[in-house]
Design a protein around this ligand. Structure first.
Ligand code: FES
Length: 163
């Protein structure tokens, strides 16, 4: 994943959400990799929010984004909160270098899934799960999608450190 500099403007893929509460359209930056998560029994196609970029305060609040991290994902089918209208590039300011899914808990299913990747190599700093660019955090490489974490030197996935 490209290294972004806080304060700089970038063209970023954004989900266009027609928010039902106020009938307004909001552009929410996303990591451009729609997918399903059958391993976690989640068959719905979705995007993950890219919290490295400026997001409208109403969306920060409604999507519960804290320091660029959230447990919410954006469904490409319509939800009770919004109609998903597609993806469009927008010029947005980078405000931090980190983002990622706030993993709700260290569930047994997640840990079992994670263990299957331990020791795999992140070629060119890409996640062995779906090929996402990994981000550097605290001297490690962390995937912003589902949290696989690698050693920065060996590029190998290391055991999950359950908080
Ligand atoms: S894409 Fe799922 S952990 Fe990286």
């Amino acid at each position: 994943m490209m290294c972004h500099v806080p304060g700089e403007i970038y063209e970023v893929p954004c989900a266009i959400l027609l928010w039902k509460e106020d009938s307004r359209a909001y552009f929410v930056p996303v990591i451009d990799l729609p997918h399903t998560d059958l391993a976690f029994d989640f068959p719905h196609r979705h995007y993950h929010i890219d919290g490295r970029f400026e997001i409208h305060p109403r969306m920060v609040h409604r999507l519960q984004i804290n320091d660029g991290h959230t447990a919410m994902i954006l469904l490409t089918e319509n939800s009770g909160l919004y109609d998903f209208k597609g993806i469009a590039k927008q010029k947005l300011k980078c405000i931090r270098i980190e983002t990622g899914l706030a993993i709700p808990s260290c569930s047994e299913k997640y840990l079992d899934w994670y263990e299957g990747y331990v020791g795999q190599i992140c070629k060119e700093k890409r996640c062995p799960h779906l090929g996402t660019g990994m981000l550097e955090r605290d001297g490690k490489l962390v995937c912003p999608l589902h949290g696989l974490t690698a050693d920065l030197k060996t590029l190998k996935i290391i055991m999950y450190d359950c908080p």
